[in-house]
Design a protein around this ligand. Structure first.
Ligand code: HAM
Length: 467
């Protein structure tokens, strides 16, 4: 702790579960955001954004207990009624957004009549969840969302899965690293009804199955008893349908026709439609069926999926939410989408050596300086650095300069190379005759250029044109 004017200066740390992004961290974040944006646009999605805080009730309607227990509450504290409400109920009128789907559904419901069908939206919002921070889970994180609204077909499900797969491919990941685990809430619900759960308890049973891994065995058994669920029989039945569906997937991956599936039910019909649509997208090799997945958010219907990499928590999760938009006052509108967080994705990229560094990262982000101006001459050269840099910037070039007093050219060039500059512009004795030395740091060649031609010379050479 430091001393200031005799007082101990307070030392603050960022809140638990948040991150500080220094320049080296920020470029990695931008790399991921850029890939999300590029791939979304390539797949025909348009970008949207909403507020970072919403009425807390927006989440109360349909997100479910898991999210409600993780809300960061917000209120201005300015009106006595608001303060009184918080004191009396422990609930603030607003919440920092823990997810984007309710905002998207609210926005769609508001303009449904004028929006095209399907509407394809993506967003890269920041989210807040009061979770216990751990590997892959923080309290503040970025989450890429891609959603297709107004299309109930399995082709729409496959389309959102294809955009996620497109992202992994863009970043150098393959089906060896990543698995898309497919499930279907309607199928699991059918089997719950067949295994002792009454109609009114299906929602509760799905929540229970989602929380299973986080519960003690006795607690799970007791909760199953309360709703009449025979968990062992359910697991056995789901397991056998899962193997049958996975064999069908493997056969189709080998170019065979879809084999007959013994069970006939609405859930199975949806899964068969999804298989065919994934096949048409050419992405079956990324996928497998895993009916232990039901998803924690209460609004899901039909297809649900989670995307995982070995040893890590889910990198993405999503599914259909065909009734959410009407529950926000819009017309009945089917929708499907997913959210992918930056935290696990970064871990997976680092683990496989796929997070670029240095020059390649700067190249990807377009942050490499075009020119790095140094003075290796007398005072007139020193004084010329600032106007020359300003001139290059006015010409639209990314120009930096050395702030060092040294005239040692090696040291100056080292600084130019450290920021991956393409050209070092050296002011030396030729400056008095109106010329500068330009070193091409990519191929090491050196050129004497009249000052007036410097900016166009760099611009042309940067574009790969002969000068
Ligand atoms: P979710 O499964 O809650 O779904 O989150 C999706 C992804 O966000 C997770 O797989 C994970 O990568 C990331 N994520 C979630 N919580 C955290 C956390 N505390 N720290 C870091 N990353 C996290 C949803 O949010 C749905 N709204 C997704 C969706 C969009 N469904 C349809 N459209």
């Amino acid at each position: 702790m430091g001393e200031q004017g005799g007082k101990r200066a307070a030392k603050f740390q960022g809140p638990k579960g948040t991150r500080d992004f220094y320049p080296a961290d920020m470029v990695r974040r931008r790399y991921i955001e850029q890939a999300w944006r590029t791939v979304s646009i390539r797949h025909g999605f348009e970008e949207i954004e909403g507020p970072t805080f919403e009425a807390a009730d927006l989440y109360a309607v349909k997100s479910g207990e898991a999210i409600l227990g993780e809300l960061f509450q917000a209120f201005s504290g300015k009106s006595p009624e608001e303060v009184e409400q918080v004191r009396a109920t422990g609930r603030a009128p607003y919440a920092l957004r823990p997810e984007f789907t309710p905002t998207l559904a609210r926005m769609y419901a508001d303009r449904a009549a004028s929006l095209p069908r399907p509407t394809k939206w993506f967003a890269i919002p920041i989210h807040y969840r009061a979770e216990r921070p751990q590997r892959g889970r923080l309290r503040e994180f970025l989450q890429w969302n891609a959603d297709v609204i107004g299309d109930e077909s399995p082709q729409a499900d496959a389309e959102v899965i294809a955009v996620a797969v497109g992202l992994f491919t863009e970043l150098g990941l393959s089906g060896r690293h990543i698995t898309v685990r497919l499930s279907n809430r309607d199928l699991v619900s059918e089997l719950l009804l067949e295994n002792g759960v009454g109609e009114g308890n299906v929602g509760r049973a799905l929540t229970l199955l989602d929380r299973r891994d986080r519960m003690a065995a006795e607690e799970f058994t007791r909760a199953c008893g309360e709703i009449g669920l025979n968990a062992a029989a359910l697991a056995e039945r789901l397991g056998s349908i899962q193997s049958e569906m996975n064999s069908a997937l493997a056969a189709m991956e080998n170019g065979e026709a879809m084999p007959a599936i013994a069970r006939r039910s609405p859930g199975i019909e949806q899964l068969k439609g999804l298989l065919a649509a994934l096949d048409a997208q050419g992405i079956l090799k990324w996928c497998e069926f895993d009916f232990s997945i039901v998803r924690g958010l209460a609004y899901y219907t039909g297809t649900v999926f989670e995307i995982t990499a070995a040893g890590e928590r889910a990198v993405a999760g999503g599914g259909r939410y065909d009734r959410l938009i009407e529950s926000f006052g819009g017309p009945p509108t089917p929708a499907v989408g997913f959210g992918m967080g930056d935290v696990v994705l970064s871990l997976v990229l680092e683990e496989h050596g796929l997070m670029p560094e240095g020059e390649r990262l700067a190249e990807c982000l377009g942050t490499r300086p075009d020119a790095f101006v140094v003075s290796a001459g007398d005072e007139s050269c020193d004084a010329a650095v600032a106007p020359l840099v300003a001139e290059l910037r006015r010409a639209g070039l990314h120009a930096r300069r050395s702030y060092k007093a040294t005239k040692k050219i090696d040291k100056l060039l080292k600084d130019a190379a450290a920021c991956w500059a393409r050209f070092a512009v050296i002011l030396d004795e030729s400056w008095s005759a109106g010329r500068v030395q330009v070193k091409d740091l990519t191929d090491g060649t050196q050129h004497t250029i009249p000052r007036a031609q410097l900016a166009p010379w760099i611009a042309q050479r940067r574009a790969g044109l002969a000068v």
